[in-house]
Design a protein. Structure first.
Length: 360
């Protein structure tokens, strides 16, 4: 059996394999975490009320890596040109480095600045190996007849580092409720998978498929009530992988359309992070100051239950991913958008009805 001539089958196999492997590995990680007392203790800012193992990212990374290895052995990456092959390996190496930074924080409670410095150094190294935002297509013939605006290295480096580090921390800050970061990352990964294949970037699509499967398998143990947390290791890995896949896949070359796709798919965590940073700075506090001003905290204070808050954010993320599919001209795009809109409207109606019932 080989996937060299069947990228769609390779994507389905990778997604399913990652989901099954992650779902099987995470309980083992949980037992080891309990045995070694590697747990996250409750505090007033957190939602959980009992110590929880926060090493779920280890299971995500192992399931992701094993699924990709099987796909590679079956020929899923056989037709990659050398330049694309280097980008894939650089993406994987960068994701593992970010995972190590997060894992170190899970184990040793690193201060924010050393973590940020490590992220910046890895992002710069990844840029140096070719995973970069390098050019933008100019619509309507702006700046003469040249169709592309090639970014100078300084601007390219700045844009790439901001994108990689920004998305990583946006996913990390979203990890405040059971299943929230894993679910949003999984939906975003499915969106990147669909868009990558629509734009004929199957290698990036396979990475996104493995990421989506790992998120799905982890949700088996992380959806409310969670039995394990992914920790910073898991959220850093997911965030960087999403950001890097969007560069080597949908945004490769950064045309005026493809640039919009990853921004659409990941706009919810980006908007949440931006609002939180601006709120903290306006009060004269550090951007790293922990508080309860995230979107999920606001929805909880508005009266939504834990699960309905998570599902509502899922619905918004799926709707944004459907918009990206429409822009990408994916097959059945209008069906995707209609289904996503129906889900979004249904969730909003149910959430409002629950709030009215509780108030009455």
């Amino acid at each position: 059996m080989t996937f060299a001539t069947s990228p769609n089958a390779a994507a389905l196999f990778t997604l399913g394999g990652a989901a099954i492997l992650t779902a099987l590995i995470v309980p083992i990680v949980r037992r080891l975490g309990l045995r070694w007392d590697l747990v996250d203790t409750p505090d007033p800012r957190k939602q959980h009320t009992r110590p929880m193992v926060r090493l779920g990212g280890v299971g995500i990374v192992i399931g992701f890596s094993l699924a990709l290895t099987l796909t590679w052995l079956l020929g899923g990456f056989a037709d990659l040109p050398p330049d694309k092959d280097q980008l894939i390996w650089t993406t994987l190496a960068g994701a593992l480095c970010f995972f190590v930074i997060g894992l170190a924080d899970d184990l040793f409670a690193l201060p924010p600045l050393p973590r940020l410095l490590g992220q910046l150094l890895v992002a710069i190294a990844v840029w140096g190996e070719g995973v970069r935002i390098g050019s933008i297509e100019l619509p309507f013939g702006l700046f003469g007849s040249a169709p592309y605006l090639v970014l100078p290295d300084g601007f390219s480096l700045l844009a790439t580092v901001i994108w990689l580090v920004g998305i990583t921390n946006a996913i990390n800050w979203l990890d405040g409720l059971d299943g929230l970061a894993a679910g949003v990352s999984g939906i975003a990964a499915v969106g990147l998978l669909s868009v990558s294949f629509s734009l004929h970037q199957p290698a990036a699509g396979l990475l996104a498929a493995a990421l989506a499967g790992a998120c799905l398998g982890f949700l088996r143990h992380n959806f409310n009530p969670a039995r394990i947390f992914m920790g910073d290791g898991g959220s850093y890995f997911l965030g960087f992988a999403l950001a890097a896949i969007s560069i080597v896949g949908p945004a490769k070359g950064l045309t005026s359309v493809s640039l919009l796709l990853p921004i659409l798919i990941l706009s919810l965590p980006l908007a949440d992070m931006s609002a939180v940073i601006m709120g903290r700075l306006s009060e004269g506090r550090s951007p790293f100051y922990p508080d309860r001003r995230h979107l999920h905290h606001r929805l909880l204070r508005a009266g939504l239950s834990h699960r309905r808050t998570v599902v509502l954010i899922y619905a918004f993320t799926q709707w944004l991913a459907a918009l990206a599919l429409v822009v990408a001209n994916a097959e059945l795009r209008f069906l995707w958008l209609a289904l996503a809109t129906a889900v979004l409207v249904g969730v909003v109606v149910l959430a409002r009805r629950q709030m009215q019932q509780e108030r009455s």
